[in-house]
Design a protein around this ligand. Structure first.
Ligand code: FES
Length: 358
């Protein structure tokens, strides 16, 4: 099995080619992080600038002024337009130049590319490809953090490696007992999960019956680490941008009147900056409204530690890949627990092939 390399544009190292479809909804940032100030980001090897218009809707433009190529993000937002910080050319949200301070005439080709964006809390999504290929909105699977019945926490990090390394990491959780042995302390995830593939998604499911809860879950639910519960873990590759995971906790030994079921959810969002670098945004949360700040802080800290461990192992894998002359074409030994990752690669490859033939 090889990781996918289908395009002809090399990354900055010149070795690994893009394996991200452009006709896809990608997360730019969180809804909370985007305001009226220009926000500069790199998405799919493209520099973009985002800002909110006066009505709160989102504008996304190529971050390069067509005059002398200054980044528009170094300018300022004026009303519903952005003014270049070099000579003041001004562009509306459609990318049309509406003002050149030094002359009345505006050349017809003085414009920048505009991208379609959807603010669907907690994320701002951008369609980076052909706008005529948009058939439906961003996946709804990542909307739960905006649900007031959940208490959630989040984070973001920049990782060096191909974004699929992270997506495959969260599809094979047998790494828990090794990478996260001293953080999450989930030591019983050993066997291969059940994997199902639908037209859109790849999903896994693993059940742990009559078992103990790891420390964070034991504390948040107040079940403790001694009482036996049932844990139902499942998750999905939703799209190249999004993986989700859920843990349902069933406490059949709860005292009368106590809550017997809890749900813990994670959204793993990956946005490639280049073929060898990606931003990783995540949310974790419980279906417990208004969790107290101390408990939330504990959950966030532990998640940051755990996801930093993921980043460290992924970047170590990436260094090995880059040092090998075969790069992403290196041979791997595949075992049963890789099934979900293999299916996700196939799903991605099919999407890339379709985009190429469209
Ligand atoms: Fe933008 Fe000159 S480079 S106005």
């Amino acid at each position: 099995m090889t990781l996918i390399a289908t395009d002809t544009t090399d990354d900055e190292a010149g070795f690994i080619k893009p394996n991200y479809p452009r006709n896809c909804w990608w997360v730019a940032t969180t809804s909370k992080q985007l305001g009226r100030e220009p926000l500069a980001l790199t998405m799919l090897n493209t520099k973009v600038v985002l800002f909110r218009k006066e009505d709160g809707t989102v504008a996304v433009l190529e971050d390069r002024c067509p005059h002398r190529w200054a980044p528009l993000s170094s300018g300022k937002v004026v009303g519903d337009t952005i003014q270049c910080g070099y000579h003041g050319f001004t562009f509306d949200a459609a990318g049309t130049c509406v003002k050149i301070p030094s002359q009345a005439q505006i050349p017809g080709r003085c414009k920048v590319r505009a991208y379609t964006a959807v603010d669907k809390p907690p994320f701002v999504w951008v369609w980076m490809g052909d706008p005529e290929k948009i058939v439906q909105g961003p996946p709804a699977d990542a909307e739960w953090p905006a649900d007031p019945n959940y208490s959630s926490w989040s984070g973001e990090t920049l990782a060096h490696g191909n974004y699929m390394l992270l997506k495959e990491n969260v599809l094979d959780l047998t790494h828990f007992g090794y990478v996260h042995a001293t953080s999450f302390k989930i030591l019983d995830w050993v066997g291969a999960p059940t994997v199902t593939v639908t037209e859109d998604q790849v999903s896994f499911r693993q059940e742990f019956k009559d078992c103990n809860l790891p420390p964070m879950f034991a504390e948040v639910t107040a079940i403790g680490m001694q009482r036996k519960v049932n844990r139902y873990n499942y998750g999905s590759y939703v799209s190249p941008a999004l993986n989700v995971a859920t843990l349902d906790i069933e406490d059949l030994n709860a005292a009368p009147g106590q809550r017997t079921h809890f749900k813990f959810r994670v959204a793993h969002v990956t946005t490639p900056e280049t073929p060898t670098r990606f931003r990783y945004l995540w949310f974790g949360g419980f279906d417990i409204p208004n969790m107290d700040p101390t408990t939330l802080s504990m959950c966030k800290t532990l998640t940051e530690v755990g996801f930093a461990e993921d980043k460290a192992i992924i970047e170590a894998v990436h260094r090995n890949i880059m040092e090998d002359p075969r790069h992403l074409d290196y041979p791997e030994i595949i075992v049963g627990t890789d099934q979900a990752a293999i299916q996700a690669r196939r799903k991605l490859q099919a999407q890339l092939d379709k985009e190429k033939s469209d």
